[in-house]
Design a protein around this ligand. Sequence first.
Ligand code: TMP
Ligand code: ASP
Length: 234
Amino acid sequence: MTAGTMLYEGKAKKIFSTGDPDRVLQYFKDDATAFNAQKRGTIVEKGIINNKVSERLFRLLEQNGVPTHFVERKSDREMLTKKVAIVPVEVVVRNVVAGSLAKRLGLKEGDPIQPAIVEWYYKNDALGDPLIADEHIRLLKLATPEQMAEIKRLALKTNGLLQPFFAERRMILVDFKLEFGLHHGQLILADEISPDTCRFWDQTTKESMDKDRFRKDLGRIEEAYQEVLKRVCG
Ligand code: TMP
Ligand code: ASP
């Protein structure tokens, strides 16, 4: 597919215009960053894997009543999506204690969280994506309280669909990050859902099968991404 002009370049993706003002093309790169891009690297074929895994998960969600920006996968690294205005709030859903939650609150990594919790982070690289409360979202006018209620409902519904999907594939969905956008006034799920934006642990070994292998220098990064692709799309 011939892409138009580049509208935006993020850390892991580029966004291009298309002939249709209502559609954009997401191009998935192999570039990996962590700790607000202080750490940089490449994960070979990550772009292809994240594109295919995202396609599978967006299809699952769409089929079950979660609206997403997914239209069609165009090639190994390209996904056609609805054009949205991103709500600058990163939505994190947690089923198991890990990562920044363990660190911030001194909780034990691996402890179950029931029911799942939803957190908001301000999507702002200059500030390092800080954790924020509903009141900060109102103060910064990032979204209305009604929009945040809908985002929370969709995030928990997404969790309810993804958790059993991964369990069937012998994976624990520890936590994940979602981004939402507005498309003709409707809130829809955007961005990607991939080993870059989720924590997956193997059900038996509890080994990380996601970007934590890069963040923490655990080795066998490509192998883990390929295994996720195999279990999700194979
Ligand atoms: P955290 O424990 O570091 O806050 O991460 C929670 C989840 O969000 C985890 O699944 C990884 C994902 N995540 C992103 O997708 N992008 C980010 O920039 C960060 C910090 C986390
Ligand atoms: N995407 C983030 C960054 O580089 C970090 C992460 O996923 O841990 O900044």
